[in-house]
Design a protein around this ligand. Structure first.
Ligand code: ZN
Length: 250
């Protein structure tokens, strides 16, 4: 199988997106925007900066940027500074992403060696103080939703590769961890990003996202301790019991 060519474009510049953000602010709506390369994420951050300068505290739009395959070094700490939510797809942090190509060969050839060593820098963004969340919009019926599986997302978020222990989507494999090594997340960060941080992103953290008196009793019971489970093979974990609003539903 030959590797695909890739080219992208952004539909808005920062000024145009700032106008959209002002309209959203008037209507009380939030923005969830999908970005892949450096420029698209940069445009969103610039747009938020422009509107924040103009409106100050009157700017209430919750802005979430998702995916962010590659980011400019100078943009990594702007999520925290500007209050923009960084929503990554950790299932992709092995670099394969269903391309059918070995990432350590594919990415340097496509985007150059230097940029290929800077993909998916979620740990740096987390450590800068930004709200980081995890999700996946990679819907694949033939893979039996494997690319949506949060336990697969947690494993790859922690290991950045598909090992022979990984319950991987069909045909996806990688030879080793994707660079840079310092971007591996820990289990606490993976759990927080899938639970309370996600609830904050969606504006439902008063009811969901953590186990507290007064919140909906949505929770899972596992027969092993997620905090000490081996990272390789974490994708095979399944909850033993599922509770929704206090009622067992499995
Ligand atoms: Zn998307």
């Amino acid at each position: 199988m030959s590797c695909p060519e890739s080219s992208t474009a952004t539909p808005f510049n920062a000024e145009e997106l700032a106008e959209i953000l002002k309209e959203l602010n008037k209507e009380g709506l939030d923005l969830h925007i999908h970005c892949v390369g450096e420029r698209s994420g940069h445009i969103v951050l610039d747009a938020v900066e422009l509107v924040r300068k103009e409106l100050g505290d009157a700017f209430r739009v919750k802005v979430t940027v998702t995916h962010m395959w590659i980011q400019d070094d100078a943009d990594l700490d702007r999520f925290a500074k500007l209050g923009v939510i960084a929503n990554y797809t950790p299932a992709w942090h092995n670099g394969n992403m269903g391309l059918g190509c070995e990432p350590s060969e594919f990415w340097p050839a496509l985007i150059g060696e230097e940029r290929a060593r800077k993909m998916f820098r979620s740990k740096t963004v987390w450590d800068s103080g930004a709200l980081v969340t995890w999700s996946s919009d990679d819907v694949s019926f033939e893979n039996n939703f494997a690319t949506w599986n949060p336990y697969y997302g947690m494993e790859v978020g922690m290991t950045r590769w598909i090992s022979d222990k990984t319950k991987a989507p069909q045909g996806q494999a990688t030879k080793g961890p994707l660079d840079p090594p310092g971007e591996k997340m820990n289990i606490e960060e993976m759990i927080l990003g899938y639970t309370i941080n996600g609830a904050k992103q969606l504006g439902i953290d008063a009811e969901k996202g953590s186990i507290e008196a007064g919140k909906d009793a949505d929770f899972l019971v596992f027969d092993k301790d997620l905090l000490t489970a081996e990272h390789a093979g974490f994708s095979h974990i399944m909850p033993a019991e599922v509770y929704f609003c206090g009622k067992k539903v499995n």
